[in-house]
Design a protein around this ligand. Structure first.
Ligand SMILES: [Zn+2]
Ligand SMILES: [Zn+2]
Length: 281
């Protein structure tokens, strides 16, 4: 089957159950050309709890993400040795909140074991992950404005390969809390982010996790893939955001059809931090 999956997690990421070998075997059984393993490394919790003088605000907040990074790189190197002759294994990372410390982010991504860096924004400065917020108490409008403000800083920094699951807050605000959001209200902010993304020569991910969740759509939707292309963007990856082996490649056909509909004739994946373009059949 034509395809690839450029966003997956194992139990090295605190919230996933898959093993790296399990992800690889699933990808091989589907006949995928490439699989990226992209563990969560939350930059705002890179050091120990003591360093920040902070406490975990929920069970997902783990400190010492520097240790996750090291485990991830060792794991990825090891599965490349075991399965790398059957498909391209991409040693990636999902770098959360790089805007917490761009200098630190710069140094982390120098790691030459990395093929691929996804930049993500799961939580706003001083707030918990969008997953944990109480939308009866929060202003959705204010949160989304702040999301695009912080996302703009990340896009302007631009030292990553692709922007992960753009419009992530909608997974919870619209999907879970059922608050309908009209994104056209944020058009200026979204345009600025996309322009910065293109100017930084970064790619855009089509994340299919929303198709398996209440939100029911990809992050982002077709409209924003089209916008990225109109502004001159050329690098699009697709990723399931699988947290278990069964979800590898999930929603891939839908994602490919959206990418085509947006006018792209190539998908890409990354090896040694360089894009590899693959024509869509
Ligand atoms: Zn994420
Ligand atoms: Zn992820």
């Amino acid at each position: 089957m034509f395809g690839m999956d450029c966003h997956t997690h194992t139990s090295v990421s605190y919230d996933a159950t898959a093993t790296a070998g399990g992800l690889c075997r699933r990808a091989i059984s589907l006949g995928l050309e490439a699989l990226a393993i992209t563990e969560h490394v939350e930059l705002n919790r890179w050091y120990s709890q003591g360093y920040y003088g902070a406490v975990a605000r929920n069970k997902y907040e783990k400190f010492n993400n520097c240790e996750v990074m090291e485990k991830a790189m060792k794991q990825n190197t090891s599965v490349k040795d075991s399965y790398g002759n059957r498909l391209h294994i991409i040693s990636g990372v999902e770098l959360g909140q790089p805007n917490a410390d761009f200098g630190l982010a710069d140094s982390i991504i120098q790691d030459n074991r990395l093929d691929y860096v996804i930049a993500s924004l799961h939580e706003l400065h001083g707030k918990e992950d969008f997953y944990s917020l109480d939308y009866k108490k929060e202003s959705a409008d204010n949160l989304i404005k702040r999301y695009f403000e912080e996302l703009l800083l990340i896009c302007e920094w631009g030292k990553f390969d692709v922007l992960g699951h753009m419009t992530y807050p909608l997974r919870y605000i619209q999907g879970e809390a059922g608050i309908n959001i009209d994104l056209s209200v944020y058009e200026e902010q979204i345009n600025a982010c996309m322009k910065a993304l293109v100017d930084s020569n970064c790619g855009l991910e089509v994340n299919t996790s929303g198709l398996r969740q209440k939100y029911g759509q990809t992050f982002p939707t077709l409209e924003y893939l089209k916008l990225y292309r109109e502004l001159g963007g050329e690098m699009v990856t697709i990723g399931s955001d699988a947290h278990c082996a069964e979800d590898v490649g999930a929603g891939m056909e839908k994602a490919i059809s959206l990418v085509k509909e947006a006018g792209f004739s190539y998908l890409c994946y990354f090896l040694e931090r360089e894009p590899v373009y693959v024509p869509i059949p």
